[in-house]
Design a protein. Sequence first.
Length: 309
Amino acid sequence: MERNTSRIIMEEGKNKTKMNTTFFNYNSSDIAVPFSVPRIIGISSSAVAICSIVFSIVIIVLLLRKNNDNFFKWKPFDRFTMYTVICDLLFYGALVAFIVHASIQKDTYNSSVSRLSCKVHGVLILEFGFCQLIFSVIMTVYVFNLISKSRHISLGRFDMKLICPSFGIPFVILVTAALFGQVVQNTTYCGLREERGFLTWHFIIYFLVILLSVVIIAVIYLTMWINVSRQTTIISTTLKQASAVNTKRLALRLSLYIVVNVIQFGGSVVEGLWISFGEPPLVVRYVHMFAGVAAGTLNGIVYLTVRRD
């Protein structure tokens, strides 16, 4: 009797081991590596993202109320703002879609999203993230030419010189990366494969591109800020108080844009460089996550501040 019982237990153990092995093999070939974010981090980041979405919607409403003409007859700054806000909303939409999909997959099947789904989510998340970056660079160059040289840059018919590179270049690069298996699920989201070294897709496309863009934005805004500050000093010495106030307001706006861009993209630079050497602490990843979802809120505050002035 005892021998039969022992034999049954051993057979059940073998069956369970076989089932677990089968499930493991299925995961390793078809399912992306699972991840989990602490509940408090998830709730907090979701709250910040909701605030950003609300700010984005408020800005869209204000822009539509301000401009009744054809969209392409709006002032360039208003069009830039609308493009940026739309990119913010698309980015949050792609991010929320991934979070919801991953949560349902985990709760229902106790696994993560498939590799194909992860590639789609990763391409969309990074696409709209890079669009935000490119829009910021082009807007910075446009503002620099307008303030320093009093010259408008042609954006082409229907702003095609702005829209095509902003959406087209990241899409082509990211789809190519996905086809070569470089878009996978990382610690906190689906994105470019995180590899150590300096000749990887992640280092070149993610870190270097973002770093170069942030440096360009910061240098141009700092240059404009220095020039505006000098003009403020000169104007103040000639007792032209009204002009001095206007230039001070312009300097404040430039300072706000510098701070927002550093916060929005600085976390990506730090995390991207850290990944090239080793696994970054979760604190770094969470700070980067919060900076990403807070972009809409920061842009909204800057827009409302500039609009009030």
